[in-house]
Write a protein that binds this ligand. Sequence first.
Ligand code: ASP
Ligand code: MG
Length: 436
Amino acid sequence: MLVLKFGGTSVGSVENMTNVKNIIKTSGKKVVVLSAMSGTTNALVALSENVRNNEIKEGNKSLDELYIKYNKTISELLNQSSLSQEVGNYIDSVFDFLRSCLNESYSELLYNQIVSQGELLSTFIFSRFLTQEGLNARLLPALDFMRIDRNKEPDNFYIAQNLNRAIDEMLPADIYITQGFICLDADGKISNLERGGSDYTATIIGAVINADEVQIWTDIDGFHNNDPRCVENTHAISDLSFDEAAELAYFGAKILHPQTVMPVRKFDIPVRLKNTMSPESYGTLITSEVHEEGIKAIAAKDNITAIKIKSARMLLAYGFLKKVFEIFEKYETSIDMVTTSEIAVSLTIDNATHLDSIVEELNKFALVEVDQNQSIVCLVGNSIIYHQDTYKLFQVLQDVNVRMISYGGSNNNISLLVNTDDKLTTLKKVHGYVFR
Ligand code: ASP
Ligand code: MG
């Protein structure tokens, strides 16, 4: 069985939904995971902010706009009156619910309920469209099987049991349509896999059903060797190993949710990135196979905070790093880059929610300096640190102010920390040095 995930743009217009239909109508059973139509999740997040700030008028106004957009889509997409009636009623019920949220007080649960509506809408609409087009497709509600545990990790045992049961109890179908992103938490309440989480849904399902392949369909021809929004003349990389893809996704390549390859790598299930708008392009194939050595891609991640922690007593002292790391552990804040000298350690975090408390605790035994608006520029490639071309990277250091370097932590990654204002120049310079 194949698992195919289609992103927001792929289900964002009638034309693209028709492309998706043509891609999935080929023979063989498949699970199709959908994101919300493009723009919807952002609109729902904004709505939840309206709820939080009691902005009822603004909230209703944006809901009116979104409602018009949905009704326009179904009027173009569905031409059988019974189906468009059914879908119209569903859309009305979702918007009634969203309007009612504007009278509620904000809570995390309400946020989760609001943002889940995008995937519920796209899958309902799309599954009825497939019915109209004569395909044997059924809606498989993600909330019947997708669940995370208290550590926010997929509860694979629960998912396997409930997914298989849900499929068994249904009338047989060729195509099972399900929602990406949304899930239940350990208490059975509605939750999600964080923004961009539909990719992760696809590989969690792929692992559980032992899929032949997981395909992630987006609006670009796979992983590029640099950020195409920042640098000219980038190109898609045809093959990546799981390790390389994991590093790239984690360090900023926007195309994949950072956790995507985790569930499938241990079962060696390939992940293929494809372009809905250009299905004949090869895309990127991610497998356990390791291809050539050297720098394959550059990516950048913004909103990084650098923290320098200096102790007068670190000299010849042991246990200092342990004390430092324990504080980050206590505040469940993960550290990305670390560099040390004899008297100081610098590290970076990308989640600054608990920054104030962390700094307060560190201040009890160290001097702390914080730099915000930093970006990690990350170079990824198999055995990159041994490759003869890697020295070229260091030529960039004469042109850009680099705050930290991480080299040798893994064989596949070299990271530079720069001021976000210097990110573009760094990306361009590194690109020019290493891919010329
Ligand atoms: N719709 C969700 C988001 O925009 C999940 C996803 O698209 O993957 O974040
Ligand atoms: Mg995405």
